[in-house]
Each structure stands twice: as C-alpha cells, then as structure tokens.
Design a protein around this ligand. Structure first.
Ligand SMILES: *Cc1c(COP(=O)(O)O)cnc(C)c1O
Length: 454
C-alpha cells in the first residue's frame, strides 16, 4: 500500500505541537512527515497478506481463519494452546488476572509500560532483574536483554517462590533500546525459576528480531534458520503474550500461547469477558488470516535481514555524526541518549520529551520519549521514577520507508544535535493522566513559551 505524506512548514509544525501540548503523541498523523513514533501496527502488509484478508471467515464461532491462525502460531512459536486477543495488552490483562494476587512480586528483564501497568493494577510489585549493562547506553554487550541470575535469585530468596506468580521476560527488550536476550541466558533463567516451581512467560512481540541477533552473535547458532531459533527461544518458557502488531507484519492483533491446559481454560474464560469469543478474541477473521501469513513472512531471512539493516543504517549515520545513541544498535529502533544531548537540562525538565519536541519541530519527524515520562510514578510512594536511561526512541515501521526517508531523519537529528545549545529550556507537565501517562500527557516549556531562546 502506498500512502502520501506531507512536509509541513516550520510555522505549521509549531502551531501543531503547541495545540498537542508539546506531546508528539497527540499530533495528528497528517502533521507528521516521517512517523517513527512506533513500529507497532504501522507495518506495510504484503500482496499475500492483502489477498489473505479476502479469505477471512467471519463466522462468530469456530471460523476457519482461527484454525489457520492457530496453526501458524503453533508451527512457528511451538506452544500448544493459542488464545487470540485484540492486541498485546489484552493478553497482558488476562494473564495478569489469571496469575497475580495482591502483594505478589514479578521479576523481569526491564519493564514494558503496559505489561508492568497490568501487573501493578493486579497488585504485584515489579522487580527489574536485567543485567547492569542494560542500564548503560554506551557498552557494546551483545545481549543487554539478559537476566542477571544473581538478581533473580535474590528476589526469589527475599520474597519466596510462593509470592512470585511468574517471571516476566521479553525477547528484545524494548525499553533497553531493542536489546536481545541470549538463548543460553533465557534457558538458565527458566531453569532457575522452574527449580523453585515458578513459571516463565515470554513477551514475544519482537522475538523474531531477537532470533536474528542470536544468529549473528551467539556461538552455535550461525547456521540455524531464523524459524529454528525462534522455536528454540520459546521452547524453555511456559507461555507467551504476543502483540501481533510488531514482528507479525500486521496492523492489529495478538495472542496468549500456553502449554498448561488448565491455565489455558482459565484464560479462555476471561477472553470471553474482555476480548471476544475464544476463536476470535477481538479480531476479525481477516485479521487472523493476515497475521498467519505475516508470521510466515517474518521468519524469512531476506525479510529480517533487510529490516534490521535499515535500523542499523540509521544508527550508523547518527553514530558517524557524533550523536550519542544506545549501543549496540537495537532491532526495531535507534535510541538517542537525551541526557547526553541535553546534558545542560536537569532530569526534572524532561530532556527526553524535550528532544522529541525539538526533532519534530526541526524536520517533522515523530519519535517517542522513553524516560521519566514513560516510567511514570512509583505506585507506593507517588514519586516520579527516574530511570537510568532517558532517550528519544525512533522506531522504524517494517517495510514502510525508503533510504531517502531515513536520510531525512538522520539529517534532522544531526541538525538538532549540532544546535543543541539553543535548546535552553525543558518541559513540565500541565496535565498528567494516572496510567501510561506518556500517551495523553500535556506539557509546557519550563519558562516562557518555547524550548528555544535565552
Ligand atoms: C507493543 C508491546 C506490548 C503491548 O502490545 P499492544 O499490542 O500495543 O497492546 C507489549 N510488550 C511489548 C514488548 C510491546 O512492544
């Protein structure tokens, strides 16, 4: 599908950003030139996916499209029970409701906003057990998504296995900048958890991208296919929650995949209440067909190689120009270290959100803050959380932009970086919603009417 996009004037962008409360998330997409807000649901579907849509069986119960979808998930992810949901957070809601009791504890390799929000809403406390290297933007550790087993052991010892409903892992850790977990570490983590009777659930939104990094970086996997590595990543875990809007090259959808029959029955019961019947889970039959076809395309080497190479191209251009980015370059995004670019602003002035505003004003490029605004407040103390990493994330939709679009993005960011001293003020909240605040928050410059000026 080809869409037209529009380059607006600087004046137009200034007006648009002001009326969006300095939050690029609240812009209309027609005011955005290159949209790198997310790679979620923004993928371009293939000719085969579009034709698969036409086969959608829209029967309310037992649609043929469900069985096509179920088979694709079983074949490529290897779990027996496949339960459709409307998108990833629908699955997070259901898994959290099934397993979490108030006062329990969930360890995980860094948090994801919607995942942790559902865990906290159900009364759990999240514990980050990712390796220390993940919190360091510069280091070249090949698997910054790995779990620090000593940290996990400490959480189990402190709270006791009975108070830990599950370990929540992600394959390629979004909030660390799209960093992978190794199969060796994932297997050891599962062994440790299972030894205490704790199940492990994997967020597989970008597990195919993780499989690519395993093939490139982990000894012993170079000659295996992406499809084989994907199965190996899922094999040691007890189940998965999936947002099909990422790796699967679709625009909507998701699933919960489980090995345990009883848990699957319980989850299906809640799907009926919150999502839809257990054979469509909030999706149309045609969506399930497009996802099934997308899964098959996602594991082809030519697709994943081109996908990751485009992200690397953007990263290398910024690196070469001296823009501080998170290393190694991630699977789905390039993350710009906002605390390094805007080192002259205090953390309370929200450098990540400020950089997002500046990059939009400069070139109509929309990214998203991943820092203080995204991290929200600690539910126990009500204080802002200041994560060690604060960046502007530029996430690339799959199969959408050409190299010249990416060059425009690089040129824009490089210009903002060169003139970073002109950004003299940060932003402050004027409206702060209670949950996932980054989506709807509104801001104003900390002083005056602009982030520029003396
Ligand atoms: C997108 C995403 C989710 C949530 O999925 P939605 O489809 O947006 O509801 C969960 N985990 C990760 C890692 C994601 O990227």
């Amino acid at each position: 599908m080809v869409e037209s996009i529009h380059a607006r004037t600087r004046d137009h962008r200034e007006r648009a950003l002001r009326s969006a409360g300095w939050n690029p998330c609240l812009l209309r997409s027609e005011d955005v030139y290159i949209d790198l807000f997310t790679d979620s649901g923004t993928n371009a579907m293939s000719d085969r996916q579009w034709s698969a849509l036409m086969r959608g069986d829209e029967a309310y119960a037992g649609a043929q499209s469900f069985y096509v979808f179920e088979q694709a998930v079983r074949t490529h992810y290897g779990y027996e029970h496949v339960i459709p949901v409307h998108q990833g957070r629908g699955g997070e809601n259901i898994l959290s409701r099934c397993l979490i009791r108030p006062g329990t504890h969930i360890p995980g390799n860094m948090y994801f906003p919607s995942t942790r929000a559902h865990q906290e809403l159900n009364g759990a406390t999240f514990h980050d057990v990712i390796v220390d290297e993940a919190h360091d933007a510069d280091g070249e550790h090949p698997f910054k998504g790995n779990v620090d087993l000593a940290k996990l052991r400490a959480v189990i010892t402190e709270h006791g296995a009975a108070a830990i409903p599950y370990v929540s892992l992600a394959a390629t850790v979004n909030m660390a900048g799209g960093q992978p977990i190794s199969i060796a570490n994932l297997t050891e983590t599962c062994d440790l958890a299972h030894a205490s009777g704790i199940p492990v659930f994997l967020d597989t939104a970008r597990a195919v991208e993780n499989a690519w990094f395993v093939k490139q970086r982990e000894p012993g996997w170079a000659h295996r296919s992406i499809a084989d590595i994907l199965l190996a990543l899922c094999a040691p875990t007890d189940g998965a929650v999936m947002s099909a809007k990422k790796d699967c090259l679709a625009n909507i959808g998701g699933w919960i995949a489980l090995r345990d029959r009883d848990l699957a029955e319980q989850a299906r019961g809640l799907v009926l209440l919150y999502e839809g019947l257990h054979t469509y889970g909030g999706m149309a039959g045609r969506d399930m067909e497009a996802i099934a076809q997308g899964i098959a395309e996602s594991v082809t080497e030519q697709h994943i190689r081109a996908r990751i190479a485009q992200v690397e191209y953007l990263g290398h251009r910024l690196d070469t120009a001296g823009v501080p980015i998170v290393h190694p370059i991630g699977g789905h995004c390039v993350c710009i270290d906002a605390t390094a670019v805007l080192a002259h602003l205090p953390r309370t002035a929200l450098p990540g959100q400020t950089l997002a505003a500046a990059v939009y004003l400069e070139g109509g490029v929309r990214g998203v803050e991943r820092g203080t605004v995204s991290a929200g407040r600690d539910p126990a103390t009500g204080e802002n959380r200041y994560p060690s990493l604060e960046f502007l994330r530029l996430a690339l939709p799959r199969r959408v932009y050409t190299q010249s679009h990416i060059d425009h993005v690089a040129d824009t960011v490089i210009r903002v970086h060169r003139r970073r001293d002109r950004i003299t003020r940060g932003l402050t909240f004027t409206y702060e919603p209670p949950h996932l605040r980054f989506f709807q928050a509104r801001f104003a410059p900390t002083e005056g009417t602009s982030i520029y000026g003396s």
